[in-house]
Design a protein around this ligand. Structure first.
Ligand code: TXA
Ligand code: MG
Length: 393
């Protein structure tokens, strides 16, 4: 049965977007949406994003589009920006977890847009992973999590961004970034000026784009204070543990790229000293440093190279770790340490791949938290279990 027909009949279909794969259902059918929560094992208080094909769809899902949203719509839609808007009465409660707002996005991916058009309904669509696991960036990842649970996955190859959309609340007088993502705070500020950013690790709101708090109007300062003291999170999803492989993740960090490389190497050597099997996700520069400094008897298993060249035998993986394979350091290098976009693009796939190595610990290198780097660092912290409650599965 074609994907669009399955969706019209209330079934679930996983589909590619430019960010990550989504798990789609007819957003106007409460039973179909309920099946999403079941398939993912997702807590019902975490609302879903509604995907529409165009501005007409946006107008049907939102009760009202505030004036400051229009410039953002013109600039970033279609694309990896999700807007939180007042909710129209056609949106069922289960989609928004009872909130009076709804998150909407127009994906840019041609397959996603065609699927919405062919099915003729807006698609509620969280990332197509089981709750708590890294979001899927290939159809194979979706299959890992959803085999036997959903009837169809539409394979559109690898996702361009590899990280989810930016979730931006535009219902107040100042836009609030609820989840950093593929559209950076800097890009948003270039269109609408200062924005608030929720920092889930500290449960505070940080003002972006202002040099001194005194340059803000009183009303903006009030909002900053209000948001930082607020009880319930404005984006319920932020409180849950996310993106977490089974293997514990430790973050290596430092004030600049070189310092991070040295910290990654030091953490790896410490872990080896403690007798742990180590997997590393880092920049190419760090990979070179590590290759030079491995203690005698240790080998680097570069999973990336093994993957790039099919003729190379795959490195040993989880099920039965022989004494021999315990002498490997598993490694994936994402690209230059100056380019957070490749780190962001590869993170989720690398976490899944390194998790399958059966290592005792994954050491993942941080990046500068500007541009898409902010979203990368946010996901990395969550993968390491920071700033969030344990996953509610
Ligand atoms: O890139 C993406 O956004 C992907 C693709 C498939 O579109 N979708 C995605 O959905 O990441 P999901 O469900 O994994 O994350 C949606 C986030 C959650 O943090 C949720 O709490 C938040 O958006 N959210 C949804 N509706 C909201 C609302 N009305 N108010 C505040 N936050 C909301
Ligand atoms: Mg998700």
């Amino acid at each position: 049965m074609p994907a669009a027909q399955l969706l019209r009949e209330g079934r679930l279909v996983a589909f590619p977007t430019e960010t990550v794969y989504g798990l789609g259902a007819n957003a106007l059918d409460p039973d179909a949406v309920c099946a999403i929560f079941q398939a993912k094992g997702r807590p019902s208080d975490n609302p879903l994003i509604v995907h529409v094909a165009d501005r007409t769809g946006l107008g049907q899902i939102a009760a009202d589009i505030p004036s400051l949203a229009w410039a953002l719509i013109d600039r970033f839609m279609p694309g990896p920006l999700t807007l939180v808007l007042p909710r129209s009465s056609i949106v069922p409660d289960i989609v928004t977890a009872g909130l009076d707002t709804v998150a909407v996005r127009i994906p840019e991916h041609p397959v996603a847009r065609r699927l919405i058009e062919l099915s003729g309904v807006p698609l509620a669509g969280p990332s197509a992973n089981r709750s708590g696991k890294p979001s899927p960036t290939t159809a194979a990842h979706v299959l890992e999590d959803m085999d036997g649970i959903i009837p169809m996955i539409v394979d559109g190859g690898q996702c361009d961004f590899g990280l989810e959309s930016t979730v931006l609340d535009v219902t107040g007088s100042v836009p609030v970034i609820l989840r950093p993502g593929a559209v950076s705070a800097e890009e948003i500020m270039s269109v609408v000026g200062p924005v608030l950013m929720i920092d889930p690790a500290q449960a505070t709101a940080v003002l972006q784009g202002v040099t001194a708090a005194s340059s803000l109007s009183d009303s903006v300062q009030d909002i900053a204070g209000e948001t930082s003291q607020s009880g319930p999170p404005r984006s319920p999803g932020m409180k849950y543990r996310h993106y977490a492989p089974r293997t514990p993740v430790r973050i290596s960090d430092g004030p600049d790229g070189q310092a991070r490389s040295h910290q990654t190497r030091a953490m790896m050597l410490d872990a080896l000293q403690d007798g742990l099997t180590v997997a590393v996700f880092c920049s190419t520069e760090t990979a070179e440093l590590i290759a030079e400094s491995l203690p005698a008897g240790w080998l680097l298993a570069d999973l990336d190279r093994a993957e790039g060249k099919p003729s190379t035998p795959p490195p040993p993986v989880s099920s039965a770790i022989s004494e021999h394979s315990r002498r490997h350091v598993f490694l994936i290098a994402h690209g230059s340490r100056d380019q957070a976009n490749t780190a962001a693009n590869r993170l989720f796939a690398a976490l899944r791949q390194l998790d399958a190595c059966g290592a005792d610990v994954i050491i993942a290198e941080s990046a500068e938290a500007t541009g898409i780097g902010a979203a990368y660092v946010n996901r990395l912290r969550k993968a390491a279990g920071g700033g969030a409650e344990p996953a509610s599965r």
